[in-house]
Ligand binder design. Structure first.
Ligand SMILES: NC(=O)c1ccc[n+]([C@@H]2O[C@H](COP(=O)([O-])OP(=O)(O)OC[C@H]3O[C@@H](n4cnc5c(N)ncnc54)[C@H](OP(=O)(O)O)[C@@H]3O)[C@@H](O)[C@H]2O)c1
Length: 225
């Protein structure tokens, strides 16, 4: 039987790697991003969608609906990150973090209820260590990731009756394009994408009776501060 996965934020960094790994594992994958991803694989379905926009998320659902009745895996990964002091953080940037990292995930989750497979679907969210602890100069990002956890924990309780699994990954810094243009951080002290994939693949391959409400991991030197 075919297994179906949806990955938001597929066009770069972790999302790109997760899509490729899932294709290698034999999943049919829906990849969601604003810029789109061109992968030459018959099992890959690209969906251009800004998850902040409810109408675009409705169109995304239409495309999923044309291809499957249910999703075995839903990966909430799309996110933005900007570094700025509180004073330099604009109201627009603060709102964009909330609209992308929290409300966007809310739009996606709300639209996914019809695709849940009882006792089967696994919802994996890529949160951050910055959802557990505040860091200087990332107030918008921290606020959005703390809120993301609240959203996920509430929906987990709501969908408990369906036997849906929820796992939330809270990694430290990983060397991806997210850090491009951010200075003063040593990329040698970040995890590699392979490090991240080690944990991600373990979570996805875990027995169907298990979930990981919170799994934190980081480079051996600790978190970047
Ligand atoms: N890298 C790290 O150090 C790190 C650490 C902890 C957690 N994380 C989390 O991991 C996730 C992925 O990060 P990454 O490092 O892979 O970053 P990245 O390379 O910047 O990728 C972010 C992805 O999110 C997509 N995206 C952003 N806004 C979107 C929107 N409105 N609608 C749809 N897609 C959108 C981007 O695609 P488009 O621009 O094409 O839309 C891109 O594919 C994020 O949630 C991030 O917070 C990262």
């Amino acid at each position: 039987m075919e297994k179906y996965a949806l990955v938001t934020g597929c066009s770069s960094g972790l999302g790109f790697e997760m899509v490729n790994w899932l294709l290698d594992e034999g999943y049919v994958v829906f990849g969601v991003s604003r810029s789109g991803l061109d992968i030459n694989n018959g099992n890959y379905i690209d969906i251009v969608c800004d998850i902040r926009d409810e109408d675009e998320v409705r169109e995304m659902v239409e495309m999923v609906n044309q291809n499957t009745y249910g999703l075995h895996l839903i990966i909430n990964n799309a996110g933005i990150f900007e570094m700025a002091s509180l004073k330099e953080t604009t109201s627009e940037s603060f709102l964009d973090h909330l609209q992308t990292n929290v409300q966007g995930t809310f739009h996606v989750l709300r639209s996914m209820e019809d695709f849940l497979i009882e006792n089967e679907t696994h919802i994996v969210t890529i949160s951050s260590v910055a959802s557990k602890k505040g860091f200087a100069n990332v107030s918008a990002y921290c606020a959005s990731k703390f809120a993301l956890n609240g959203l996920i924990e509430s929906v987990r309780e709501e969908w408990k009756r369906l036997g849906v699994r929820f796992s939330t990954l809270k990694p430290g810094a990983i060397d991806t394009p997210l850090w491009d243009g951010v200075e003063d951080f040593d990329r040698e002290e970040m995890m590699t994408i392979e490090d991240f994939m080690h944990v991600f693949s373990m979570v996805v391959d875990s027995p169907p009776t298990m979930q990981f409400p919170e799994i934190s991991f980081m480079h051996k030197s600790g978190v970047l501060e």
